[in-house]
Design a binder for this molecule. Structure first.
Ligand SMILES: [Fe+2]
Length: 416
């Protein structure tokens, strides 16, 4: 349980908020690289409660600027992208990728107004098919978080996004809360003879979850231990990288993931999923088949495009629920997560909860976030960057141990 004040501190990310200031020290995914063509249409991008415009200029450089024209506040996303700059359609003012105003045709000849005006621009980095942006002070930009996808051929990396209508913290909690998997998601877990196979082997035989949290310089590793009736242990070791990167375990060979919970504003969230296979091309069909992520929209920029809204109870099918005791009535696993998360409210009220031992991972996550903010407010430095992070070696693990503690080896192989 948190106080109302702590919950506000945790959740609110707009400009000027404490959490917002801390998160602005982190590289964040903003827009797909392929959406920005040379001299093509600029894109509106809303992140962390602020509106921006992204464009690729004549030389291929990406500009990431405040959306409002510094002249009279018109959206620069409406502008012309031409000859190394973005020209506002209102009075023709032109800005380059560095945020400098380079032409003010509405002013008298000889005016030096252009040289005195600029629009805020932000540092960008292209990796994994995405434009990432750093909203903090340029000279303080940290190391880029390459979890292993950055230098792969584009066909080895699969980037998809879902748009969720609630605050970001609930989504991070859902990713780190392993204990819900064996209640909410039982329809998709291996049962009966198949119980000890597949990416989530052993989960359905578990009695309850015991957490072990191991602090890391970047966050923590949470091992959700489940003891099965025959004495076998299932360990699910998730990795949490502050503030919103979550790496989820499975047993699929060569398939890696990072989930990034990117706040659009306080009540909307971009939920990015990056999968990669360092050994070869990766398709959405192969990933979805093995991880039960199917039955969603094929729009890679919003997998929840066809979703049912909250007032239609997220499409819950009570007949399916009655027919199948393992089903909670939704057509896919991600929709189960969507329904429970959004049903907690646009910003969940954490002052009314009753938490138990199965909630330790989220308790520690909240504590780590609040501590991150406290240290940032005191020192101006995000504590996770006090030392270099070897992102490529942060790996979640799903393992089975027999009753002697010996590993039971198996891997699921992706089908092309
Ligand atoms: Fe879930």
């Amino acid at each position: 349980m948190l106080s109302k004040e702590q919950n506000e501190l945790l959740c609110r990310i707009g400009p000027g908020t404490s959490m917002g200031q801390a998160i602005r020290q982190v590289w964040v995914p903003a827009v797909r690289s392929s959406n920005l063509e040379v001299d093509g249409a600029p894109q509106r991008v809303r992140v962390l409660g602020q509106d921006f415009v992204a464009f690729r200029d004549t030389n291929g450089r990406v500009g990431f600027l405040d959306e409002a024209c510094p002249h009279r506040g018109v959206s620069l996303a409406l502008g012309r992208n031409e000859e190394c700059g973005l020209r506002c359609i209102f009075h023709g003012w032109k800005m380059n990728v560095d945020g400098q105003v380079v032409e003010v045709p509405s002013e008298p000849a000889g005016s030096n107004l252009a040289s005195k005006v600029r629009v805020n621009n932000y540092k960008v980095h292209e990796a994994g098919g995405l434009v990432w942006v750093y909203l903090g002070k340029e000279e303080e930009a940290p190391q880029f978080p390459d979890f292993g996808f950055e230098n792969l051929p584009p066909e080895n990396v699969l980037v998809r996004k879902s748009i969720v209508h609630c605050n970001w913290v609930g989504l991070v909690e859902g990713l780190l809360d392993s204990s819900h998997v064996t209640s909410l998601h039982t329809a998709w877990l291996p049962h009966g003879d198949a119980a000890m196979t597949g990416p989530n082997a052993g989960m359905m035989g578990a009695l309850s979850v015991q957490y072990e949290i191991h602090d890391r310089p970047y966050g923590y590793m949470a091992n959700a231990k489940r003891k099965l009736k025959d004495g076998t242990y299932v360990n699910r070791k998730s990795e949490y990288v502050l503030p919103f990167f979550c790496l989820i375990p499975s047993t699929v060979k060569n398939l890696y993931n990072v989930n990034i919970v990117m706040p659009i504003d306080d009540e909307h969230t971009d939920f990015w999923l990056i999968n990669w296979d360092p050994t070869g091309p990766l398709t959405a069909a192969a990933v979805d088949q093995v991880l039960n992520l199917g039955q969603l929209s094929t729009n890679a920029d919003n997998l929840y495009e066809d979703r049912v809204a909250a007032d239609g109870r997220w499409g819950q099918d009570r007949e399916l629920m009655a027919r199948d005791p393992h089903s909670v009535g939704f057509k896919s696993l991600p929709i189960e997560d969507l329904a429970v998360t959004e049903s907690q409210g646009a910003i969940a009220d954490r002052s009314k909860e009753h938490l138990g031992a199965s909630d330790i991972a989220i308790i520690r996550m909240r504590r780590a976030l609040l501590e991150m903010v406290r240290v940032y407010q005191e020192t101006g430095v995000l504590p996770i960057y006090n030392q270099p992070i070897d992102y490529t070696n942060i790996r979640p693990v799903h393992e089975l141990l027999d009753k002697n503690g010996d590993k039971i080896h198996f891997e699921v192989v992706l089908k092309a």
